[in-house]
Design a protein around this ligand. Structure first.
Ligand code: NDP
Length: 288
């Protein structure tokens, strides 16, 4: 295992396998993204998804909605997409305007088209280890563990962050009685006392905090494997801005046994896992 756990090769392999499957079965899975308003980062992300999708045979269509759209109109829009048999997957891109009730919207998306896996049915299936979608960032972490043959069985995995989209599902996945599970999990959050005590215990430390360079070298143990989920934009004297993770990569690199970079780590695999979920949605809807 190399010390720098790049996600690029992994993403390439996943795209390759999706493309092969699509060509072999002569299918065109379709994802519709609802994008509200004109947030530059969100626009960039969906354009990237469109490009990546078109390269591998997945049609990605973005519907841009006015930022003033009301809750009822948005629910109606989702209902139309739920009933459209040509649409295999529906995704609501964040950020959402403050007047939108996110949890009601999440409930409205057909769980069979919910490739983000935010619907309680999909979350429930995940916790109970049943077939269904796995949210793409936790899925990306599992792909990384698999690719680099990182043993989780009996290991102590410390996750910093308990969000519904990263920390919580990841903790449940790594608890599973399976090859990429069987770990002992500690989940930390903003109310955790003596965070360093916990992070230093980790055989595998996963950071999903949303605070740039938060995890410093004195918070990790030697021989730890560090997986950085964070993506934070910070000012850069030369380029204006750049992206860094939640872990101080430079400071931790020498100390730990392996670490994912940002960019080029988990985020790279996450997009591939989302498109993989679109293919999965197509297959679940066309089982016969
Ligand atoms: P959230 O803001 O939803 O959750 C952050 C978590 O970090 C919370 O549980 C919070 O605790 C915890 N936290 C915040 N401050 C501290 C602290 N000082 N000490 C300990 N815990 C703390 O973020 P997300 O889970 O959505 O995202 C986390 C990071 O991952 C972000 O950088 C985001 O950009 C990135 N991300 C990357 C993706 C990828 O594909 N690579 C995809 C999704 C997210 P509490 O619950 O108590 O508030």
């Amino acid at each position: 295992m190399s010390k720098r756990l790049s996600g690029k090769k992994i993403a390439k392999e996943i795209y390759g396998s999706i493309k092969e499957d699509i060509e072999l079965n002569k299918i065109t899975p379709k994802l519709v993204i609802l994008l509200i308003g004109n947030d530059p980062a969100a626009e960039y992300y969906v354009q990237n998804l469109e490009k990546k999708g078109s390269k591998i045979g997945i049609k990605v269509e973005t519907i841009i909605l006015n930022v003033s759209i009301d809750q009822q109109s948005l629910l109606k829009k989702i209902n139309t997409l739920n009933n459209d048999v040509q649409v295999n997957a529906v995704m609501l891109q964040k950020p959402l305007p403050s007047h939108i009730n996110e949890s009601e919207i999440v409930m409205q998306i057909d769980p069979g088209k919910d490739v983000d896996a935010f619907h309680p049915l999909n979350m429930g299936n995940l916790v109970l280890d049943r077939e269904g979608f796995i949210p793409c960032t936790p899925a990306a972490v599992l792909e990384l563990l698999k690719y680099y043959e990182i043993e989780t069985n009996g290991k102590h995995i410390v996750i910093v962050g308990r969000s519904d989209i990263v920390g919580k599902p990841l903790a449940n996945l790594l608890l599973r009685k399976s090859n990429l599970g069987n770990a002992t999990i500690t989940v930390c959050h903003s109310r955790t006392k003596d965070l360093t005590f916990h992070t230093k215990q980790a055989d595998i430390l996963i950071a999903a905090i949303g605070k740039p360079l938060f995890i410093k070298a004195d918070m990790v143990s030697e021989n730890a494997i560090v997986i950085d989920v964070g993506v934070n934009q910070i000012e850069d004297a030369k380029k204006g801005y750049r992206y860094v993770g939640d872990v101080d990569y430079e400071a931790c690199f020498e100390k730990v046994s392996a670490i994912t970079p940002v960019p080029g780590g988990i985020g790279t695999i996450t997009t591939a896992m989302l498109l993989n979920n679109v293919l999965l949605a197509y297959k679940m809807q066309n089982k016969n």
